[in-house]
Structures are given as C-alpha cells and as structure tokens.
Write a protein that binds this ligand. Structure first.
Ligand SMILES: Nc1nc2c(ncn2[C@@H]2O[C@H](COP(=O)(O)OP(=O)(O)OP(=O)(O)O)[C@@H](O)[C@H]2O)c(=O)[nH]1
Length: 225
C-alpha cells in the first residue's frame, strides 16, 4: 500500500530563489517551495522559476508570464517507490524588494530548488549567494537542487555545465539543466529531489500513512500561472 508524504519545497533564487521553493521553490522532510528560490540583485529575476513550476504542475509554458509578486503556491503529487510525495511548492519572487520574505518559505522546507539562467553568468553568481544563505539560515539537512534553466538557448550560454556540476558536487546538491519552454528535465529535477528525501520511518510517524510536516510561517500573495 502506498503512503503519501507531503514535501515542502522552496524554489527560488530560486534568481533566484526556489524557494522550489525554487521555490520552487523546497521542502524539507516534506517539502520544497524555490524551485528552486529569489534575489539579491535584479539578475535573480527572470531565470524561469515560475515557468519551471508551471511546467511541472500544469505541463504548460507561458511566453508572457508575469513576474512573481511575493510568492505563489502550487502542489503536485508524484510516486516515489512505494510512497507518494506531495510537493507543496512555494515559488518565490526574484526581485530584490521581496528578498526579505524568502526565509518565511525556506525555513519550513524539506528541499530548495535554486535556479539560474545558463545564458546569464550573473545569475550563477547570485545562486551561490542563495546557497550561502540557505546553509547559514535554512533548515538543517535541507535538500538542495540546482536548475540551470533555459538550456534551449545553449547557443548563447554563458555558464558551462561543467562549472555547475563542479559547484553542485562541492555542496552536495542535485544539478540538472532544464528548459521549462521545451519541457526538458523538469520531471527529472523533481524526481532527483524525491530520491534525496530520506525514507519514511514508520515508528516515527505511526500507522496513519501521513506525516506531520513543518509549514511555512506565513504566506504572501499568490499567483496562478
Ligand atoms: N527560452 C526560454 N525562456 C524561458 C524559459 N523559462 C522561462 N523563460 C522565460 O523567461 C522569462 C521569465 O520567466 P519566469 O518564469 O517569470 O521567471 P522567474 O524566475 O519566475 O521570474 P520572477 O518571478 O521575476 O522572479 C519569461 O519571459 C519566460 O517566458 C526557458 O526554459 N527557455
């Protein structure tokens, strides 16, 4: 019998954020919301956090998607072995003016997706700032996933995949290049996070098949893509 687990994910820096919460924004023993992750600088915006979440949850891509205001929230349940993982995804805004909101989302997350744009070296530098912040102020043992988005634009790439892999290995993070536009490696990104979530301990959670998860302490504006 499958048991369901709720995973809070932050996809931010996701530019950006992940807050998977890049947002997504992540979710910590139960979730991710940034994708992923938000921003220290303007280059954190527009890396594609919201587009990754929309592709994952709705299999949809909007060329004219609006910048995230505050954060938005979406969920999707996926099988993982004998369990069902419910991703509760906080997609955080990449604009600097929303940076102070990010801790509200990653604090209660099991995982964080930190997104950069492979065509913008600056966004890769910003990603490192988010990793530092997550390590200093995020939950212990948070699962970190790095998404190098817009890989459909590899002809104008500024960040070599090798650099991203070396950096991800140095911090023990999952890394994958994605394209929300062309639906490349989006499922793989979230599957990689699912595999990093420790197996359920039945003694810790009783026989109800559900898990008590930490929730974000607050929520801002929501946006539906
Ligand atoms: N070519 C290409 N464009 C993309 C991709 N993903 C997103 N975009 C475009 O990049 C722009 C920004 O996308 P968003 O998803 O809003 O980016 P974001 O990181 O959520 O931005 P903020 O909400 O401002 O933090 C939009 O014009 C998208 O259409 C991708 O995989 N490939």
């Amino acid at each position: 019998m499958e048991s369901q687990r709720d995973l809070y994910l932050d996809i931010g820096c996701l530019d950006d954020s992940l807050e998977i919460s890049a947002t997504s924004s992540a979710a910590i023993r139960g979730l991710v919301s940034p994708l992923l992750w938000p921003l220290f600088e303007e280059q954190d915006t527009g890396v594609g956090k919201s587009s990754i979440v929309c592709r994952f949850v709705q299999d949809h891509f909007d060329h004219n998607i609006s910048p995230t205001i505050g954060a938005s929230f979406m969920t999707k349940t996926v099988p993982c072995g004998n369990e069902l993982h419910k991703f509760l995804i906080w997609d955080t805004a990449g604009q600097e003016r929303f940076h102070s909101l990010a801790p509200m989302y990653y604090r209660g997350s099991a995982a964080a997706v930190i997104v950069y744009d492979i065509t913008k070296q600056d966004s890769f530098h910003t990603l490192k700032k988010w990793v530092k912040e997550l390590k200093e102020h995020g939950p212990e043992n948070i699962v970190m996933a790095i998404a190098g988005n817009k890989c459909d634009l590899s002809d104008i790439r500024e960040v070599p995949l090798k650099d991203a892999k070396e950096y991800a290995e140095s911090i023990g993070a999952v890394v994958v290049e994605t394209s929300a536009k062309n639906a490349i490696n989006i499922e793989e990104l979230f599957q990689g996070i699912s595999r990093q979530i420790p197996p359920l301990d039945p003694h810790e959670n009783g026989n109800s098949g559900s898990i008590k998860l930490v929730k974000p302490t607050s929520q801002a504006g929501r946006r539906c893509c």
